[in-house]
Design a protein around this ligand. Structure first.
Ligand code: NAD
Ligand code: TYD
Length: 337
């Protein structure tokens, strides 16, 4: 039995991972440590909450005593660190919590993992640490880190710390860097759920700048399968890029979503650009493909339709979210754009 501390499992990617993996593997015992910030939602985990190989602990990865207690109590030998403040716009509104959770929190996990001689520490990172691309080229694992937002700089700091623990202490670490995810259970502050839900409500769709920024999209299940493969077979000290080679301009995604929801393009509203807005992300994932045999399984057209249908069929899930604290955030961010 592998005793795993998984952090941030009540968020978008972590909850998709848990829902999938606990049905697949009976040799994983997983403790999910999550602070339940605005982005954490235990409703995401209803299907597995009574699984005998699963425990939930509400708490902060920055809490040294609590993290130590969990390692001891559950004989933790593996860590998968999903927990983070994850939204670029929020990091622009206020950066401190990003450095607190993403940098200090990762340090607490690494230090504790070192004391308990973990067998693997997987850091879930992002392609945003590489910065922004021009019209050509792809991010490889050798692209220098050049983060531009408070969010991406905090993730890059964590990545460098993970690497330092490998070089200095020989800690068995591995890092994944994935492109933009979409799928069920994504918090509606991110592009795809935000635009889908606004369209359903006949609300304006706020496109930043000229709408020509490019993101490289991957279905969350493909990302999570890659994470698991790296967790099982990734070489210690290595970084693996994850992406599905599906570059899209923001405006094209927005138009596609409008069509799927049956609304017309008059809902599009170009608004003031995001400060420091990265122009283009695009991932070269040939390393994980050739070394570990991973490849994306989901076609974009099918997976985006699944995602939109999920939001159509799960109004309760997001209506509760957008009627709460989120209203203040939304009005604050979009009011003066
Ligand atoms: P999310 O914001 O949906 O979820 C984050 C989770 O972490 C939440 O459940 C939250 O409660 C928890 N959390 C936050 N601070 C915490 C703390 N101090 N202690 C314990 N738990 C805390 O994020 P996500 O989209 O699921 O992203 C998960 C990870 O994947 C992040 O590390 C992110 O940087 C990375 N990532 C995300 C994407 C993407 O497109 N969403 C792409 C690449 C990498
Ligand atoms: P987002 O989902 O916030 O992901 P990230 O910034 O981490 O890539 O945004 C994806 C793209 O969509 C990004 O170029 C910013 C743009 N965007 C808008 O144009 N309008 C919006 O309201 C949001 C949230 C994002």
């Amino acid at each position: 039995m592998k005793h795993i501390l998984l952090t941030g499992g009540a968020g978008f990617i972590g909850s998709n991972y848990l829902n999938h993996i606990l049905n697949e593997r009976d040799d994983y015992f997983i403790v999910n440590l999550d602070k339940l910030t605005y982005a954490g939602n235990l409703e995401n985990l209803k299907g597995i909450e009574n699984n005998k190989n699963y425990r939930f602990v509400k708490g902060d990865i920055c809490n040294r005593e609590l993290v130590d207690y969990i390692f001891q109590k559950y004989s933790i030998k593996y860590v998968i660190n999903f927990a983070a403040e994850s939204h670029v716009d929020r990091s622009i509104l206020g950066s401190e919590i990003f450095y607190q959770t993403n940098v200090i929190g990762t340090n607490v996990l690494l230090e504790t993992a070192r004391r308990y001689n973990v067998e693997k520490f997987l850091q879930v990172s992002t392609d945003e640490v590489y910065g922004s691309l021009g019209a050509e080229g792809l991010f490889t694992e050798n692209t220098p880190l050049s983060p531009n937002s408070p969010y991406s700089s905090s993730k890059a700091a964590a990545d460098m710390m993970v690497n330092a623990f490998y070089h200095t202490y020989g800690m068995p670490v591995v890092t994944t860097r994935c492109s933009n995810n979409y799928g069920p259970l994504q918090f509606p502050e991110k592009l795809i759920p935000l635009m889908t839900i606004n369209a359903m409500h006949d609300k304006k769709l706020p496109v930043y700048g000229d709408g020509l920024n490019v993101r490289d999209w991957i279905y969350v299940i493909d990302h999570n399968k890659a994470i698991n493969l790296v967790f099982e077979k990734g070489r210690t000290g290595e970084v693996y890029n994850i992406g599905a080679s599906r570059e899209m301009k923001n405006i094209d995604i927005v138009k596609l979503l409008l069509k799927a929801v049956g609304k017309d393009e008059s809902l599009i509203e170009y608004v003031k650009d995001r400060p420091g807005h990265d122009r283009r992300y695009a991932i070269d994932s040939s390393k994980i493909q050739t070394e570990l045999g991973w490849k994306p399984e989901f076609e974009f057209e099918q997976a985006i339709e699944n995602t939109i249908n999920w939001y159509k069929q799960n109004r309760n899930w997001w209506e509760r979210i957008i009627s709460g604290e989120y209203v203040k955030y939304y009005n604050n961010l979009y009011m003066n754009r």
